[in-house]
Design a binder for this molecule. Sequence first.
Ligand SMILES: Cc1cc2nc3c(=O)[nH]c(=O)nc-3n(C[C@H](O)[C@H](O)[C@H](O)COP(=O)(O)OP(=O)(O)OC[C@H]3O[C@@H](n4cnc5c(N)ncnc54)[C@H](O)[C@@H]3O)c2cc1C
Length: 421
Amino acid sequence: MSHVHVIGAGLAGLSAALALTEAPGCTLTLHEAGPAAGGRCRSYHDRALDLRIDNGNHLLLSGNHAAAAYLATIGASDRLHGPDTPVFPFFDRRSGARWAVRMNQGRLPWWILSPGRRVPDTRLSEYAALIGFARVRDDTPVADMMRHGRLYERLVEPLAVAALNTRPETGLARLLGAVIRETMMQGGAACLPRYPIGGLSDALVDPALDLLRRRGAEIRFSHRIAALEITDGRVTALRGPDGTLPLGSDDAVVLAVPPWVATGLLPGLTAPDAFEAIVNLHFRHLADAAGDPAGALREAGLVGVVSGTAEWIFRKSDHVSVTISAANQRLDQPADQLAAEVWGDIAAALGTAAPLPAWRVVKEKRATFAATAAQEARRPGARSPLANLVLAGDWTATGLPATIEGAIRSGRTAATLLRAG
Ligand SMILES: Cc1cc2nc3c(=O)[nH]c(=O)nc-3n(C[C@H](O)[C@H](O)[C@H](O)COP(=O)(O)OP(=O)(O)OC[C@H]3O[C@@H](n4cnc5c(N)ncnc54)[C@H](O)[C@@H]3O)c2cc1C
């Protein structure tokens, strides 16, 4: 392998590029179609709000070990923060009830024995269902895994929608199970919520680009690869904006683009083809200044909302952001209506009478593939039919839902395959 071309500078491409440039003798070019790196996980300046915002709120958990290793490699572990204890506050918009799930740090989950730490009005026996998620291997959807009591409504459903970005009626229980095995089942120490202090790009993207440059990688922005030339089962050239770029006989390619681009570049590739939107709303409002009576947002950095339009409220240094997942049905809803509705949820959750502040609605139409059995069956491995091309991306068969953790692992898997020859 003499030169590697990584196509796509999302987290999968960055992770692959970092793993490849660790090895001596590998030279690398990163081709990114957009003017900046990060893909679906990026920050930018929003003119209407005059704030730097993230395209969407991204939550990591301390048990996301590949993400933690990636951050350590790029020297950015200190660019995430979060509470010292695994705490997840909730607010029920309909009843006004507030509670917090407070796991204990160790692996023995004694928090479920304590009514003050577990979900209110739940029975101990209901929690056994969580073990079922960690064990399920078939195509059972989340909604069919357990009784729809308080535990389901107040914890399992909100977690499932957030982790899978798919409604529980079709969202695959085994993908949620993979997350539960790596976080909840490892104990509270693996469930500390973690968010970027200065935004997604500052934490996860810019330090990776800096390290790649120091390692001699060439990074080309606004460099969309429009076609691959393929001869005798190998990629022999890339077609980009400057024309055709021939590949040497030992050169290789990591294709780290979204699935709808990958299938266009590689005819015959089977990949996910149904997607779910995520809607994020950003409000120019300081949570500290005007309320948060229960201190939940201050303590945990986020509040889950049950039976509202908002699903998760996130506290940022200079604004408040809300996530609505599995949001295909929200795409046609007018932005001003959505902003007013969600501000009602925030105001109730934070106990503020502040009028609707300046807002921005960001609708990510194809935020992730739909985590259904039919889509899971379409996820390919990293290996491709071409001798010198491997695939990476959150949509490849990582065993995880479409997440930062999955994207980073997929990049590492692709690099390992290439290095193995
Ligand atoms: C709103 C939102 C909220 C999310 N929340 C969370 C969360 O809380 N926690 C979590 O873990 N995950 C979350 N995710 C998922 C996470 O962002 C993704 O799993 C991850 O960023 C995917 O990375 P990727 O590299 O696989 O793909 P992408 O980020 O899509 O990267 C692909 C890159 O390829 C580039 N590209 C495309 N075509 C070409 C071409 N022809 N030539 C060159 N380059 C090309 C694109 O511009 C892009 O930069 C969220 C996603 C969204 C959208």
